[in-house]
Design a protein around this ligand. Structure first.
Ligand code: PHE
Length: 447
């Protein structure tokens, strides 16, 4: 095994892990899901999912990563040599790479909007932001150039390595992200319809909570916490032996939830105050059409746009580097490549794959699979199928296949302290999580 690096500090490893978790899932998926599925009622279901399932699964991914001290495939090889468990890791790497291909394109859009806000071009063609989005997303050159710039930015950070690249960047960007969120919260709460917006977001409508909503909340929790893709396994293989895994999982999950709720508190007062319709809530439309409309109605629109798209870019960048690190760690540990070679081997093919994803969004494109664009197909297959499958496999391994005592030793740092969570986490990982994840998977096919 190659010499393993560690994160340099506790804050650094938390910043990096939170950086991976906080992404577009918190910013554009969570608020819309919450509002559509019963407001505060959804929030309660979501919190229950995170505590009941998200945190225990995260703890076991950490235990697997730090116990196996390798990449997503290597951990299984180290802990259970000669057995086929490593295939679960291979699936996780495949899932993460598929996600990387299209996530990089979306990251490119965030950069494009940031640059257009800086130059003022975002507001220069009048207030038709929908036409602008079509031009930005479905055009040929603009999205491509920005995707390439984003790949290069990832390359620079990742070439610098785990400590000097990922950790240093996260230490810088995570505090910035929270400062930006606080600025937006203050602005949103001082808008005229702030309390109507909060009521709209948080009004607990328990009649909307159905089994489907619970499954959606679970899926959202897995995506948002970056579970099941080898990301947390890879990052935790860089955790020092003294890191307390349960505490880290709770901190990361709470911060991730906090960002999601903060986004809701920002978005709904803004939308209410400017009387925009419900359909404006959906994913990309929300951030690229509705919010620019909101900013256009506020004093100093350009300033708000710059700050917001900076926030979005920060969230996207710290997520893409974590996804890419899964493949890089694999190439370094399994294929014995140097950091530089592994980074280039992982990222250079993206110039081709992300180009295909981006071009597939144009209405004339023939890059389709069963009628859906390549972009949407990768998104759906990776997020709805590979991701839960990877998580399911990981739980089955940690619950049933892993060497006895791995979870206990990792949770208690080799017995240096006691912990009451070993039993509940064990039960959840053996029984509850596999059953619920299997339900998520099955539900993808019966909808
Ligand atoms: N967790 C990130 C989010 O909430 C998304 C993500 C998905 C990050 C997959 C890494 C890998 O957006």
């Amino acid at each position: 095994m190659s010499e393993k690096v560690n994160f340099g500090s506790k804050i650094g490893l938390i910043a990096a892990t939170v950086g991976s978790a906080v992404g577009l899932g918190n910013i554009w998926r969570f608020p819309a899901e919450a509002q559509a599925n019963g407001g505060a009622a959804f929030l309660l279901v979501y919190i229950a999912c995170v505590f009941l399932l998200g945190i225990p699964v995260m703890v076991s991914e950490f235990a697997l990563g730090r116990g196996g001290r390798s990449d997503a495939v290597g951990v299984y090889r180290n802990l259970s040599p000669g057995r086929p468990w490593w295939l679960i890791g291979a699936l996780a790497i495949l899932a993460s790479y598929c996600i990387l291909c299209f996530y990089m394109v979306v990251a490119g859009w965030t950069l494009e909007y940031f640059l257009q806000s800086l130059s003022g071009a975002l507001f220069s063609d009048g207030p038709d932001f929908r036409a602008k989005m079509v031009q930005c997303v479905q055009g040929t050159w603009n999205p491509l150039i920005n995707t390439y710039l984003m790949i290069l930015l990832n390359l620079v950070v990742l070439l610098a390595g785990v400590r000097k690249g990922i950790e240093r960047l996260s230490n810088l960007l995570m505090p910035l992200l929270f400062v930006l969120l606080i600025i937006f919260i203050i602005a949103a709460l001082s808008l005229p319809a702030a309390s109507d917006g909060l009521r709209y977001f948080l009004y607990p409508d328990f009649s909307k909570v159905s089994p489907k909503v619970v499954i959606d909340a679970l899926g959202q929790a897995f995506f948002s916490l970056s579970l099941g893709m080898g990301i947390l396994v890879t990052y935790s293989s860089y955790y020092p032996a003294s890191t307390r895994l349960t505490r880290t999982a709770v901190t990361v999950s709470l911060l991730d939830m906090l960002v999601a709720v903060m986004m809701g508190i920002i978005i709904f007062p803004a939308i209410m105050s400017f009387g925009l319709s419900d359909e404006s809530l959906e994913g990309a439309t929300l951030v690229f059409v509705t919010l620019p409309e909101v900013f256009n109605n506020m004093p100093a629109p350009q300033l708000w746009a710059i700050l917001f798209f900076l926030l979005l870019m920060v969230a996207a960048l710290t997520s893409t580097i974590s996804i890419a690190e899964v493949t890089i760690a694999f190439l370094q540990d399994r294929c014995r490549m140097s950091r530089v070679k592994a980074t280039l081997t992982a990222l250079l093919p993206l110039f081709l794959f992300s180009t295909l994803c981006s071009l597939s969004l144009s209405p004339e494109s023939s890059l389709t699979v069963a009628g859906a664009s390549l972009f949407d197909t990768l998104d759906t297959v990776a997020t709805n199928i590979f991701l839960p499958l990877g998580a399911l496999g990981m739980c089955i391994y940690m619950g049933w296949g892993a060497p006895k005592g791995l979870l206990r030793d990792q949770i208690t740092n080799d017995g240096t302290f006691r912990s009451w969570v070993i039993r509940p986490v064990g039960i959840i990982i053996r029984w509850v999580a596999p059953i619920l994840i299997a339900l998520i998977l099955i539900s993808q096919f019966v909808r």
